[in-house]
Write a protein that binds this ligand. Structure first.
Ligand SMILES: NC(=O)c1ccc[n+]([C@@H]2O[C@H](COP(=O)([O-])OP(=O)(O)OC[C@H]3O[C@@H](n4cnc5c(N)ncnc54)[C@H](O)[C@@H]3O)[C@@H](O)[C@H]2O)c1
Length: 385
C-alpha cells in the first residue's frame, strides 16, 4: 500500500466553493476502497481551509461508506513553504500529488523529486521548457515516476480517436479544430487569487495539445497566437478573455495544423461548465467529436438545462454506496496503482515512460504553452520550437 501527500486543497482537490467534491478527494476515496492507499496527508497554505475540507471529507465518507485515514498538516496560521517540511516528514512509501496554482508547479515538483518522491502534477506541468527539462533530468537521476494528470488520455472517446488515427483510416491529417471554453465564474471567482498569473490557453487549451500529441504521435513545429482583452479587463482582471492559436505539427513526412479557439467568458448559465469539441480532418475522412454533449441531458425547475458528462467524474450509487467513476478519477487511480507496482513489485519507473503522460512524454505541451505566451507578447509572431 502507499501513503499520499496532497499539496493544495482547492477546487480540484475537494470542490472548494462548489457543491461537488472536486476530483482528487473522490480519487483518494476509490484508492482507499481498493486498498491501494493507506494514509493521506493534506498540506495547504492556510490552516483556515481545514473547516471546509473537513466538511467535504465527512460527506464523502458518509455517502461512499469508505473511511479515510487522513491528517491535515498545517494546524495553525498560514505558511506557503509548509509543503517542504510536509514532504520531508513523510515516510518512504509516500507519493505526492501537486494541485496548486500553475506558477508553483515547478518549485513544488522539484522539491518533491529532490526528496525522492514519486509525483503527479495537475496540468500544466510547468510554464517553460527549461523548467520541464530540469524536472525530467531530476526524475531520471533519482529513478522516480513523475506524471502529469492529463486525464483526457483516459477518456474512451479519445482512446477511440487514437485507434482511428493510428489505423490510418483518415489518410494523411490536414487539420484539427479545437474549441474549448468555460464560464466567467472560473476566472472571476474560482481562480480569483491567481488568475492574473495564468491564461485560458495554458490552463485549458493545453489539454488538447497533449491529446493531439497523444493520438497522432506528432511534434509541434511552430506556433502563433492572438488574444482579446475585453470583458475580464473591464471587470478588473488583467488577462485574455479568449486566445486563438495555430500550431503546426509534423509526423514523419506529414505536416498538419491545429486551430485552438479558447475562452473563459461563457455565460454562467451554459448547460455544462465547459464547451469542448474537436475535429480531425484527413485526406480520407474526418472525425467529429462533441465532448460536451455526451447524450445525457437533465432539465429541472431548479437548475435549468444541464448537459452531464458521465465519463469525467460522477457519483454512481451502487447498492446504497456512492462510487466515484470516470476518466478524471482513473488518471489518479492509475498513478496510485503504478506507484504500488513500483513499491511492492519493484517495477521500474522507466517502464511507464512511453505508456503514461510522464514528464518526458508531456514536454511538447510545455513547449507549446511557452511559445503561445511568447507569440501573445509579440503581436502573434510565429514562434519556432
Ligand atoms: N478546477 C479544475 O477543474 C481543474 C481541473 C484540472 C486541473 N486544475 C489545476 O489544478 C490546480 C489547482 O486548481 P484549483 O482549481 O484547485 O485552484 P484553487 O485556487 O481552488 O486551489 C489552489 C490550492 O492551492 C493551494 N496553495 C496555493 N499556494 C500554496 C502553497 N504555497 N502551498 C500549499 N498550497 C498552496 C491553495 O491553498 C488552494 O488550496 C491548477 O493548476 C489548475 O490548473 C484545475
Amino acid at each position: 500500500m502507499i501513503n499520499v501527500l496532497v499539496i493544495g486543497s482547492g477546487a480540484y482537490v475537494s470542490g472548494k466553493n462548489s457543491k461537488g467534491f472536486g476530483t482528487i478527494l473522490p480519487s483518494l476515496v476509490e484508492g482507499t476502497r481498493q486498498k491501494i492507499i493507506d494514509k493521506i496527508t493534506i498540506v495547504s497554505k492556510h490552516s483556515s481551509s481545514y473547516k471546509e475540507f473537513q466538511k467535504k471529507v465527512n460527506t464523502v465518507q458518509r455517502i461512499s461508506n469508505v473511511k479515510l485515514k487522513y491528517d491535515w498538516y498545517l494546524k495553525n496560521g498560514s505558511n506557503e513553504m509548509a509543503y517542504k517540511n510536509a514532504i520531508k516528514e513523510t515516510g518512504k512509501n509516500t507519493v505526492v500529488i501537486i494541485s496548486t496554482p500553475e506558477h508553483l508547479h515547478y518549485q513544488m515538483a522539484k522539491f518533491a523529486l529532490e526528496q525522492k518522491k514519486h509525483v503527479i502534477v495537475v496540468k500544466p506541468l510547468t510554464l517553460t521548457t527549461k523548467h520541464a527539462q530540469s524536472l525530467i533530468r531530476l526524475a531520471k537521476k533519482n529513478n522516480l515516476y513523475a506524471v502529469v494528470d492529463f486525464h483526457k488520455r483516459y477518456d474512451l472517446t479519445n482512446l477511440k480517436i487514437y485507434d482511428i488515427i493510428n489505423s490510418k483510416k483518415l489518410g494523411d491529417l490536414l487539420y484539427i479544430h479545437v474549441e474549448y471554453s468555460q464560464q466567467k465564474n472560473i476566472p472571476l471567482k474560482v481562480f480569483k487569487s491567481w488568475v492574473q498569473q495564468t491564461n485560458i490557453f495554458q490552463y485549458l487549451g493545453v489539454h488538447y495539445v497533449d491529446i493531439i500529441h497523444f493520438v497522432t504521435g506528432a511534434k509541434p513545429l511552430r506556433v502563433t497566437a492572438v488574444g482579446q482583452k475585453n470583458f475580464l479587463k473591464n471587470n478588473g482582471v488583467d488577462t485574455f478573455d479568449a486566445i486563438e492559436t495555430v500550431i503546426e505539427w509534423k509526423k514523419g513526412t506529414n505536416t498538419f495544423s491545429s486551430t485552438f479557439l479558447c475562452n473563459w467568458i461563457d455565460p454562467n448559465n451554459t448547460s455544462a461548465v465547459s464547451y469542448q469539441s474537436v475535429k480531425f480532418i484527413g485526406t480520407k475522412g474526418r472525425i467529429e467529436s462533441d465532448q460536451k454533449n455526451r447524450g445525457l441531458q437533465l432539465v429541472t425547475d431548479r437548475e435549468g438545462i444541464e448537459d452531464i458528462n458521465p465519463y469525467f467524474n460522477q457519483n454512481y450509487t451502487i447498492e446504497n454506496n456512492v462510487f466515484f467513476k470516470g476518466y478524471g478519477i482513473e488518471s489518479f487511480l492509475q498513478f496510485f496503482q503504478d506507484c504500488n507496482l513500483i513499491f511492492e513489485y519493484k517495477k521500474s519507473p522507466k517502464y511507464f515512460d512511453n505508456i503514461r503522460p510522464t514528464f518526458s512524454n508531456s514536454i511538447h505541451s510545455v513547449s507549446v504553452i511557452e511559445a503561445v505566451n511568447k507569440s501573445l507578447k509579440n503581436d502573434g509572431k510565429w514562434i519556432r520550437l
